[in-house]
Design a protein around this ligand. Structure first.
Ligand SMILES: [Zn+2]
Length: 565
């Protein structure tokens, strides 16, 4: 507003302050519960209103005070959720000078003396109204002794006294107090509802505004009607004719949703130039890089939810379209973008030039979007090099089983099925795992070199820091599992490599083969310092998987943790 504005101008937040509970938007649950309590005559002596800052706790408390003391235009009304606004109590409460309605800010009056003052006042009957009402704001700030003094009053309050507590931090209010209160939680008003509310007000105030602009205000207000109305006031004062999204974005120092969408959409499509150009525009108009990245994260979150089959009912139509379009990138890409942005968001605070850091982040985002996802990557690799001739031992979990430790079928009179299977060290490990002996299995893998294996007779050498009596443990376990006596002896000779060594060697070969794949080579080239960290194949993950599969998972450890994971 200019200096020549009419002195009678009332800011929107005051002009549209709710006068009845039906005008209180977004708080249906509270209104319904309160209405029920009122109609059933079950109003408590004390209420506690809780919710985030700016959500309307104080106005709700005043509204409640009005409703409790309203006598109606004709002076005969009862307590109501629809205070008339005309009667003497309604008008003086609205003006803030009703003699029986006392507002106390606990943040400035925390001591026991203040509590005592209240308690002494409680003893007197209301001067003119139905109830004497104490509204105590930020009640969690009261001192412990003040709470204790208050508690006695709450335990046996006179019928003509009501307490209305308001707090942002309900957990700091002692349970002894809470247990004597009816609790009402004020919710953040959803963006679509707040947008519709702003739109209604614009219509009444003859403010011409784009829905997107109002939605941006609503989002910035984070569910607070009061904040939304203050922002609308400011924006309307700035707008020459129409309230546009760009104007609101400028005012707030944050990008408009459509700008964020445009940046993200370009980046995810690999169009780095377009993404940077949009950022440049938003930045030159005053968008903070931090606010931008936060908004990008928000969009990624919304579209990931959508891609996962979820749905956010509170989106306005234009957002719904953007989110649906972004969701097409798929969960894997969106997840990767989320990781990048989250990391970038933290780094932004440390960067000497946040705008440059933001640009770097966008470049990275666009670059990463062009990288195939692990699933796509594996589809493109013609053949997984882990493929080996079908394992000769049915339970083998080795990619390429050594034939050395596969012995001839034992010539037994009554072959025991378990014994039949035990033809290699691998099969012994499998049997241990099947029996839940994971520690023993690991020890065999790491410390046992096979020298010879015959049914009932195992000869081994030990490698590394093998635990004492390992051979004894193995013998006992084998006897137990197979139901036959086993002899396990230690040999002087070296024997084969351990299974762990064998595995490492195979992995090494596999790593080399994979690293030579053009796609992987490209990744290693693009991300300096990247290395192939771990290779997972279904064959090593699922024992006895006979089908095998080409979609082995590759986990590359890049300087962006989990970037490809
Ligand atoms: Zn009234």
């Amino acid at each position: 507003m200019t200096d020549t504005a009419q002195p009678a101008y009332r800011v929107l937040a005051r002009k549209y302050r709710p006068n009845t509970f039906s005008e209180l938007i977004g708080q249906e649950v509270l209104v319904r519960t309160l209405g029920n309590a009122l109609s059933l005559g079950r109003l408590a002596h004390a209420f506690v209103l809780t919710g985030v800052r700016g959500i309307g706790k104080t106005s709700t408390a005043r509204l409640l005070a009005k409703g409790l003391n309203c006598i109606g235009a004709d002076g005969t009304g009862n307590a109501t959720l629809e205070p008339c606004g005309m009667c003497e109590p309604c008008r003086s409460i609205a003006a803030g000078h009703h003699v029986d309605v006392l507002e106390i800010d606990a943040a400035s009056h925390t001591g026991v003396d203040d509590a005592r003052e209240i308690i002494e006042g409680v003893g007197y009957r209301p001067v003119s109204a139905r109830y004497k009402i104490y509204i105590i704001d930020e009640v969690h700030m009261m001192s412990k002794s003040a709470f204790n003094a208050m508690l006695k009053t709450l335990e046996e309050p006179p019928d003509s006294v009501k307490f209305i507590f308001a707090t942002t931090e309900i957990r700091k209010v002692p349970v002894t107090i809470l247990s004597r209160c009816q609790r009402y939680d004020l919710r953040r008003v959803p963006v679509d509802m707040l947008t519709a509310h702003l739109s209604m007000i614009c219509e009444r105030e003859i403010i011409s505004a784009d829905t997107d602009a109002l939605a941006t205000i609503a989002r910035a207000a984070e569910g607070s009607v009061r904040d939304a109305l203050s922002l609308l006031d400011q924006a309307a004062a700035m707008a020459a004719d129409k309230l546009t999204n760009n104007l609101v974005a400028d005012m707030l120092g944050r990008p408009g949703r459509s700008e964020s969408y445009s940046i993200l959409s370009s980046a995810l499509n690999g169009d780095c130039g377009a993404a940077l150009a949009t950022f440049e525009t938003a930045y030159s108009r005053g968008s903070e890089p931090e606010a931008l990245v936060t908004d990008l994260l928000d969009l990624i979150h919304l579209s990931s939810v959508q891609a996962a089959g979820g749905n956010d009912e509170t989106l306005i139509e234009s957002e719904r379209v953007m989110v649906a379009s972004l969701a097409e990138a798929g969960i894997a890409r969106l997840g990767r973008a989320w990781q990048l942005l989250l990391k970038g968001h933290t780094e932004l605070g440390q960067a000497p030039n946040p705008a440059a850091a933001c640009e770097m982040l966008i470049i990275r985002l666009a670059h990463a979007a062009q990288m195939p996802t692990p699933a796509e990557l594996m589809q493109k690799i013609p053949q997984t090099p882990t493929k080996s001739p079908a394992p000769s031992a049915p339970n083998s979990n080795m990619p390429a089983p050594s034939t050395q430790d596969v012995l001839e079928q034992p010539d037994l009179e009554q072959p025991n099925p378990a014994m039949m299977q035990l033809t290699s060290l691998t099969s012994i490990v499998d049997l241990a795992e099947t029996n839940g002996e994971m520690l023993l299995a690991a020890r065999i893998r790491n410390h046992v070199r096979l020298v010879s294996l015959k049914p009932g007779n195992l000869q081994i050498a030990l490698a590394g820091a093998a635990p004492d009596q390992l051979e004894g443990d193995i013998a006992r376990a084998l006897s137990q599992w197979t139901g036959q006596r086993w002899l396990v002896s230690l040999s002087e000779f070296g024997g084969e490599e351990t299974l762990a060594e064998h595995q490492r060697e195979n992995d090494e070969k596999l790593r080399d083969t994979i690293a030579r794949e053009p796609l992987v080579a490209q990744i290693l080239d693009i991300f300096p310092g990247a290395s192939i960290d771990e290779i997972k194949t279904p064959e090593t993950a699922i024992i006895g998987n006979a089908t095998g599969s080409d979609d082995a998972l590759l986990r590359a450890n890049t300087d962006d943790e989990e970037m490809l994971g």
